[in-house]
Design a protein around this ligand. Structure first.
Ligand SMILES: [Fe+2]
Ligand SMILES: [Fe+2]
Length: 220
């Protein structure tokens, strides 16, 4: 078996990063010239709401599972810094959540420039954070320092935590999947119960996530 085919908890973490990074980049771009989002207010609000839920879920999985697991194996790693960076993003996330709670009243020109500022701040903090995190517990480090069994165990725990905390699943699971390119999407889907991709997303969940479609990659 090639090492690429072995379970790799760091690769799974980086895959979620790709989904979040695409969403932050898109939100940054669309709030800069908000013509498109003004015509799709409900869909863009749902998209940002899914983003905030996923950020909380992803960070709590790392705080509760990945960092303690890694700290035992790599006590000198920058885990206090990584945790502090998660906490540093909370203020921006809270302001973004407040903006969304005030929607649709917040859809005015001055409040849209505030939204752009919030997204920009969050994006900058995020990019700085994932650079350090991927260098510490990313794909390369996971392959080098964790056994396949440890990778399997941590990856499974993170996947279960993510699914439990990405609520509502009907909004957040499609958000993760359709912010990924096809190849990454297939790999992510392997962590999900089959029923999610084959039945729930195209079926009963569709009414919940479909408003986000203009901002997602095509279902393929
Ligand atoms: Fe992360
Ligand atoms: Fe993180």
């Amino acid at each position: 078996m090639s090492t690429e085919a072995l379970p790799n908890a760091g690769e799974d973490i980086q895959r979620i990063h790709k989904s979040i990074t695409r969403a932050l980049n898109l939100a940054h771009q669309h709030t800069e010239a908000p013509g498109v989002i003004q015509a799709q207010q409900d869909g863009f609000s749902a998209y940002l709401r899914a983003l905030t839920i996923l950020l909380h879920a992803h960070h709590s999985g790392e705080d509760a599972l990945a960092f303690p697991f890694w700290r035992e194996r790599f006590p000198k790693g920058p885990f206090d810094t990584l945790i502090a960076q998660h906490q540093g993003m909370l203020a921006s996330l809270a302001r973004l959540e407040r903006w969304l709670e005030e929607s649709p009243a917040a859809w005015k020109n001055d409040r849209l420039s505030e939204l752009h500022t919030l997204v920009s701040q969050l994006q900058a903090l995020w990019l700085e954070h994932i650079a350090l995190e991927e260098a510490t517990i990313g794909e390369t480090a996971s392959r080098r320092y964790l056994t396949p069994e440890e990778n399997q165990h941590l990856a499974q725990q993170l996947a279960e935590h993510g699914q439990t905390h990405s609520v509502p699943n009907a909004l957040v699971m499609p958000f993760i999947i359709y912010n990924l390119e096809e190849e990454e999407r297939v790999k992510f889907a392997r962590l999900l119960p089959q029923v999610v991709l084959e039945q729930l997303i195209p079926g009963p969940w569709k009414a919940i996530w479909a408003p986000m479609s203009p901002f997602l990659l095509p279902a393929g």
